[in-house]
Unconditional design. Structure first.
Length: 165
């Protein structure tokens, strides 16, 4: 009986932790440059740093806002986002569709300490700047947000309008 209880608890812990494992480090933390991720999302794919079209500076503040909060880019552009945290608390910049961001924000409430290391995410310490290089391969309306618990809900979200070439 005790064995079954232990096994059940172990399985429950493993299953409940699985979403957190999905965001564990995948190479950036090692100090070695990570290979380009070929996976294409609905909002684009990791951009090649040798093909950057332009740089956009984005500031994150403790007022739970991004500056600028709205961006326009052309389909096919490869953007270097220089994401600065000018606040005193941790913030993050995550690209995606609004539905994906909302879903991920809910997941962050359950697992607030999960690590992020996807090419469309930057977890930025206070006073620091991180870089994302992203190619917008499709036209449409996409978003970025800080998905730390309470930040997204407080309005820390912005919009990227991708226009056709």
């Amino acid at each position: 009986m005790a064995y079954r209880t232990s096994l059940a608890i172990t399985l429950m812990l493993a299953i409940s932790a699985a979403p957190a494992w999905a965001h564990e480090a995948h190479g950036k933390k090692s100090g070695k440059p990570a290979a380009l991720n070929p996976e294409e999302k609905t909002f684009g794919k990791q951009g090649d740093p040798k093909q950057i079209t332009r740089t956009i500076n984005v500031d994150m503040s403790d007022r739970m806002r991004f500056t600028p909060a709205a961006l326009t880019v052309k389909q096919g552009e490869t953007i270097r986002f220089m994401v600065k945290n000018s606040g005193k608390v941790m913030h993050e910049f995550v690209l995606g569709t609004i539905a994906e961001l909302k879903e991920h924000a809910e997941l962050m409430k359950k697992f607030p300490n999960m690590e992020h290391d996807e090419p469309y995410m930057a977890h930025v310490s206070p006073g620091k700047t991180e870089t994302i290089v992203w190619q917008f391969t499709r036209a449409g309306e996409f978003h970025f947000g800080c998905l730390l618990p309470g930040h997204f809900e407080a309005g820390m979200v912005g919009k990227v309008n991708v226009t056709r070439r």
